[in-house]
Design a protein around this ligand. Structure first.
Ligand code: NAD
Length: 475
């Protein structure tokens, strides 16, 4: 019998009348069922979250921290079970799933140290003027399928730390590990502070438009982000949007192809390329282009594509059928246009499981779909450039502005280029290092606001200024 997972509402694990199937992308088998919630279940969660907010907003920093540390500990203590479950629903290899689970536990513990201090803006004979942050209220958290556990935690923990309560909706494709965490923390956080409900995509707009919800924190595609902004406008909900990206990596001629090939490969192909900040366009200086392209293609041949639960798999399947078909379509488009492939693109992807061969394209034009669009899959275009000004202009010629990287022996030059890139994050000689203490957010159509650090925490609060006139004559 298929395992049925329940939702967390008001401290209790709740069943539903209707269920959604969850499929393992490695073999297309149904591995679990989750409640298909609608307006009624959402209303119950909102009532619980509103009620819990009344007391949670008055809690001390220490009480909030203790709850978040309990979440962190529950994840860590059950990491073995959770990472296997995550691989089975998401597809990522065990090693990467382990990284996500321990990463989420670490993220929770780190964010539980964040504290927004009151500021005294003026204190003299006439006036005490201070500014403090107050929680916005009930938060609706909506997350995607590529890092389901990490994204859930990075919404739940700052919500709690700021004094808010939350209703979280996982992606219908990857709700299992999150619901298992819900079960593990149900008696570790006060009832109603954390509610986790599942449903189809159609549950999303109900959350966005619910009058009992004060803020939306969303991670997902730019297209959905725009709908959320529209839905949230009815009652001017606060919003934080972490959206798509088309990140450029720029490799300068002084980088050693032998040293950077493997790193660039994983910058692009970790999680089968399904990472918002994956390297999605790699620009290589013409002096080292041939050598580096060959080194990356050679390394690619050593990486096994397969079921993430099998030992030695480096690249798992695409997480869901719709995304799988989109990635295959981009490969077909590249073939139809006669672009050159260094690897992949030639295999028949039919069979069970959403597998796409590691595909590397050799210098396709800038207007190729695979360059201009976010591929979100294991397909990487390598492009040649000849001058810094030219590559900066090409990197910036995008509606996205999430992240990017520069690879060079001359870090000063790397920083000078980074400062000209129109993105929220730029790495020099590394990739995907995200600090829980640094704001992470997209420029342009890659986002709105930021997560992480004090900047991220502030987004769950309103500023409140209280002014006391000391020399007033009122009585
Ligand atoms: P998606 O936008 O399709 O779905 C994300 C979530 O939104 C899901 O829970 C879905 O059920 C829900 N949803 C769908 N329609 C909705 C609507 N109309 N209103 C409210 N909610 C709705 O995204 P996805 O395909 O799950 O994720 C992939 C995308 O996420 C990529 O573009 C990727 O770059 C982006 N992403 C961004 C970040 C970041 O931090 N910037 C991180 C991870 C993924």
């Amino acid at each position: 019998m298929t395992t049925q997972y329940r939702n967390l509402i008001n401290g209790k694990m709740i069943q539903a009348d209707d269920w959604l199937d969850v499929v393992n992308p490695a073999n297309e088998e149904v591995i679990g069922q989750v409640p298909a919630c609608g307006a009624e279940e959402l209303d119950s969660a909102v009532i619980a979250a509103r009620e819990a907010f009344k007391s949670w907003k008055t809690t001390s920093f220490e009480e909030r921290q203790a709850a978040c540390m309990a979440i962190s500990a529950a994840i860590k203590e059950n990491a073995d079970e959770l990472y296997r479950l995550l691989t089975s629903e998401q597809g990522k290899p065990h090693q990467q799933a382990k990284g996500e689970i321990y990463g989420a536990a670490g993220m929770a513990a780190a964010q539980a140290t964040l504290k927004l201090e009151e500021e005294v803006l003026q204190d003299d004979d006439t006036r005490l003027h201070r500014s403090r942050r107050v929680p916005v209220g009930v938060v609706g958290g909506i997350v995607p399928w590529n890092f389901p556990v990490m994204m859930a935690i990075q919404k739940i923990v700052p919500a709690l730390m700021s004094g808010c309560t939350i209703i979280l909706k996982p992606s219908p494709f990857t709700p299992l590990a999150t619901l298992r965490i819900a079960e593990l923390i149900a008696d570790k956080v006060p009832a109603g502070t954390v509610n986790i409900i599942t449903g189809e995509d159609s549950l999303g707009p109900l959350i966005t438009q619910h009058p009992g919800i004060d803020k939306i924190t969303f991670t997902g595609s730019t297209a959905t982000g725009k709908k959320i902004m529209e839905g949230a406008s009815a009652d001017l909900k606060r919003i934080t949007l972490e959206l798509g990206g088309n990140d450029a990596s720029i490799v300068l001629p002084d980088a050693d192809p032998k040293k950077v090939a493997e790193q660039l490969f994983w910058a692009s192909f970790s999680n089968a390329g399904q990472i918002c900040v994956a390297a999605k366009r790699i620009y290589i200086h013409e002096d080292i282009y041939d050598e580096l392209a060959e080194a990356i293609a050679e390394y690619a041949k050593t990486v096994k594509v397969g079921d993430g639960s099998e030992q030695g798999t480096g690249v798992g399947p695409i997480q869901n059928k719709k995304q799988y078909e989109r990635v295959l379509e981009l490969i077909e488009d590249a073939k139809d246009n006669g672009y050159k492939f260094l690897t992949g693109g030639d295999k028949d992807p039919s069979g069970t499981g959403y597998y796409v061969p590691i595909t590397i394209l050799d210098n396709p034009p800038e207007d190729a779909r695979i360059v201009a669009e976010e591929q979100f899959g294991p397909v990487m275009p390598l492009m040649k450039f000849s001058s810094e000004d030219e590559v900066i202009a090409r990197a910036n010629a995008s509606d996205y502005g999430l992240a990017g990287s520069v690879w060079t022996a001359d870090t000063e030059k790397g920083v000078a280029i980074a400062e000209q890139l129109e993105t929220g994050t730029v790495w020099i000689n590394e990739y995907m290092h995200l600090s829980p203490f640094a704001p992470f957010g997209g420029h342009k159509q890659s986002g709105f606001g930021a997560e992480y650090g004090l900047d991220g925490l502030r987004e769950f609060t309103y500023p409140q200024v209280i002014t006391v006139k000391k020399d007033a004559e009122v009585a």
